[in-house]
Each structure stands twice: as C-alpha cells, then as structure tokens.
Design a protein around this ligand. Structure first.
Ligand SMILES: [Cu+2]
Length: 128
C-alpha cells in the first residue's frame, strides 16, 4: 500500500515536469513568432475561437480537435473562392501553423460532410 502511494507521487511529479516542459516550449515558440495568436477548438458541432478579432498579417493558428470525431478547418476571405484548408485532425490532435490573413471578414468551417450544417462554422474579423 505504502509502495503504491510512493509510485503515484513519482508519477504525478513526472506529469508535472512534462507539463512544465511543454509549457515553456510553447512560450519560447510564441515569443519567437510574430503576429497574433488564434486558437480554434473543434467539437461536435461548433468552432470556438479564442479571439473574435485579430490583426492582419501573420497569425499563429492552432487548431485543436477536442471532440470525439475527426474534424478539419477551412478558411475563406470574404466572398473569395480561394479556400485555405488545414489538415484533418483526429480526436485529441492539434495542428499549429502560420496563416497570413488580410483585413476583412473570414469564414471558418469544418468541411467534413454535414458538419457546416450542424453548426461547425464561425466568423473572424481581421483588422489593420
Ligand atoms: Cu467537423
């Protein structure tokens, strides 16, 4: 019993150390990259944006599939027909990248069949 408690304490310490390591890595990367940050969380069947408005230029985009099903993230500027498609994510996966956004309105959505209709779309405003 005592031995098991000690093991649990060591395991907890390891988890804390791993969390601290990844947090500091994230900070370094955020400081190194220019521009604003946008986190998009994908769940059934919504997109949750960390910001409603971001500054034009390079945006550090992080897409996270926090749902049970695969999802992806597409972006389109205004009425443009050009779609920026990010990779499809499995449950629990995340994708990081930099997108160059122009001033205006962007539509963001998940392109998996039926998901837009079920509510997986959002609007992002980009300002100078
Ligand atoms: Cu989806």
């Amino acid at each position: 019993m005592r031995r098991r408690a000690a093991f649990a304490a060591v395991a907890a310490a390891l988890v804390l150390a791993a969390t601290a390591a990844s947090a500091s890595f994230g900070d370094v990367r955020a400081h190194a990259a220019a521009g604003s940050d946008l986190q998009v969380t994908l769940v059934e069947y919504r997109l949750m944006l960390s910001e409603a408005v971001v500054k034009a230029g390079p945006v550090n985009l992080e897409a996270i599939d926090s749902g049970m099903d695969p999802h992806d993230l597409d972006l389109r500027h205004g009425r443009s027909t050009a779609v920026t498609a990010e990779p499809q994510l499995e449950s629990g996966q995340r994708w990081d990248g930099v997108v160059d956004l122009r001033p205006g309105t962007y539509h963001l959505w998940c392109s998996l069949p039926g998901h837009w209709k079920l509510g997986m779309h959002a609007i992002l405003r980009v300002v100078r």
